[in-house]
Design a protein around this ligand. Sequence first.
Ligand code: NAD
Length: 378
Amino acid sequence: MRLAVLKERLPGETRVAAVPDSVKKLTALGLTVAVESGAGEAAAIADAAFREAGAEIAPDAATALAGAGVVFTVQPPDPATIAAIPRGALLVGTLAPLANPDLVADLAKAGIDACSMELLPRITRAQSMDVLSSQANLAGYRAVIEAAEAFPRGFAMMMTAAGTVPPARVFVVGAGVAGLQAIATARRLGAIVSATDVRPAAKEEIKSLGASFIGVEDEESASQTGAYAREMSAEFRAKQAALIAETVAKNDIVICTALVQGRRAPTIVTAEAVAAMRMGSVIVDIAADAGGNCAATVPGERIVTENGVAVLGYRNWPARIGVAASSLYARNLLTFLSSFWDMDARAPKLPAEDDIVKGVLLTRAGAVIHPNFQPQAA
Ligand code: NAD
């Protein structure tokens, strides 16, 4: 069976869905891997490296896709790509079906069995396939590195003959996978770090990384016992806004990472809070793809506010660390396919009753099968 790996079409995307190491392992499953020429370029992987790992280099997407039984992508495919994917092929990628409901119907119509990896259930068995975690971890790291670059002082305390430079104060909003990595990275650079979250479990995790916890602790936050946060009430949000505004004004750098699944990201850092920050402060909003946690964020842009605060609202943070992000993403997809690979038939086998399959499989044999994406009755 042929597996196609395409060059990503989204501007600014640097990642690729397979790397030489994963190509070797895919080949060992009995697959012929066809990589579109230049697919790895933005992730510093030359065609020659893919070829050495056993891949065939296809001059264009259509050639890579011809006869393919499996297709790996990072971003959702565009209409031309959908048209070129053979009927019956398995497509695996981050397809953003919530943001793009028409795509699910289009994939079904094209007879493509599509798996959207960001829908993976957060269960132990799925951890090594968890693209959200692998990519968020790197995004959290990168956010701090870019904050350090934009901050005109320095992170660590420096005691010199000419005097002392104080350490930076970093406040992390949202302590999930990205936020915890941001805390750890900022601490490694020498900053004094604090963080907030609404899930009570996050408090201990924040403290175990050497940061202080700041947050509203009430009955509503105590009821947030799941792995994901729910949207908070207006009353909670008002209490939180006052505490956050006070905290933000005392910090040099704010890293925003808070998300609520399937919703716009909550606005946690208000315009008033930004206005109270000192000149030269930096806000990095990696929730920008979901609208951002900061009222001053302009998704996709780096702006400087009237009071001299830089707000980095870039989209697609994993693409800003494309080499590492490709390597982990490729490993996630490889693990997924290997887990659902029938060695005798040398083909994917996705049992409908499996929890992981139920989570990720959007379409099968020409129909939308995922309960959350059923076509609306006219
Ligand atoms: P996420 O990206 O959905 O959200 C990031 C963080 O923002 C979360 O911690 C969330 O509680 C927080 N948040 C949401 N609304 C907020 C608000 N109004 N104010 C402050 N913070 C807010 O979450 P994530 O990083 O993908 O994961 C969340 C949790 O799930 C983590 O504890 C993680 O360890 C756990 N997890 C478990 C598994 C597994 O068991 N396989 C895998 C991945 C993640």
